[in-house]
Design a protein around this ligand. Sequence first.
Ligand SMILES: *Cc1c(COP(=O)(O)O)cnc(C)c1O
Length: 463
Amino acid sequence: MYDILNGIMDEIRDFRASHKNIKVVPKVKPDEIRDFLADRYDFKDSVSIEKVFDDVKYTMRKWSLHVTDPRYFGLFDPQVTLPSIIADTLTALYNPQLASWSHAPAANEIENFTLNYFLRKFGMDPGKGFANFTTGGAESNLTAVLLALTAKFPEYGNNGLRSLKKQPVFYISEETHDSFNKIAHITGLGRNTVRVIGVDDNLKIDTFKLRKTIESDIRSGFKPFLAVGTAGTTAAGIIDPLDKLAGICSEYGLWFHVDAAWGGAAVLVPEYGNYFKGLERADSITCDAHKWLAVSMGGGMFFTRDRKNALNTFKIEAGYMPDKTKETIDTYASTIQWSRRFIGLKLFMTMAVLGEREMAEMIKKQVLLGEKLRRKLKHDGWIIVNKTPLPVVCFTHPRITKGELKPADIISEIYDRQDTWISETTLKSDMNVLRACITNYESTEKDILFLAAQLKELIEGEY
Ligand SMILES: *Cc1c(COP(=O)(O)O)cnc(C)c1O
């Protein structure tokens, strides 16, 4: 048994060192993996742990898109810190149950310590606010909508949406994360209650249109209750005018939620403070540690200014649960989850080992690489279509706008080469462009130049 533990340490060392020797993009059909598994396993006969470990290594290395590779310019999935890997291993080892404080005093306090630090960074008072770790941004955003409904409609919790005199509606932009459509479905609000506001030329929510839509909804007998601003949109890294949104929300009595799932990490960089003006006025905030804070999935965080409302939303009494203590909060009675994994340890260990200055440097380095990529692409004749200080670069080319080539042609050729990964995305509902995001603190200028060279070869070549 102890050999396998050494084997795991070897694999951690080797995989973190050997990225350059593996293919970033896999090439595989589902049947190949299904046959591999069916040939080896039936769960009837026992297989040695060494053999299973070898198979897991083989499949994971060969048939994964390697998001931890410095040449993965993808969807906010980071290279993870070593403290994060250690933390997730320890979490599995001790398996603390965080649902009730008394089951896991140390784990709960480590999480609270970490969350309080970020509450303060987001301009909220840990004495009055509340925060919890989540599986990710989708759960955090769901929490926000539930809290907003509970705060704005006191009868919602007991009597449900059907008891309300007016239909609640809420506001997002064309560029807001699509989790809100699922949330409208899950909560029973219905997908048609999501008002999708257009964006301006800079892909920011058009606050003039927002105001007009709110007014017309009120006139038509709907009840606006929530508006969402995004700090770092998924497709283009755009930061909405948060200060203006906060103003509109307070004018119309709406809950103001800021989805900073990716961009929120940048509050660790004091110089970037003015990009996020208005964030400190949010009623609730989503920020994923498993994106730009470089910990492994799932490491979401949810923050709200109003603790009483959070406790009211998720209140529950269960006879089989251990007694509550007076000076602590049990997460099973204050959040969506019941049994709760020690999600926060990887962020605690990462922040403790690296410190906020080094974390800020990591983020700044990626911002600078983003600028370099933008300049290089422009120099090579590409057209940059998004304007953001954050390292997401959306781009097209005269050959694409003239219709000679599609972004998908470039993408499929890049995936075929297996050395680097970027994506295509749609902006403003109909503008199809290429997207590259710096999402790895180990990416270097060499990796950027490699990507640019591949793109140049493809756009200039005939294939
Ligand atoms: C990634 C993302 C989400 C969803 O978060 P998950 O952690 O994937 O659940 C929500 N909003 C934004 C802006 C995101 O970038």
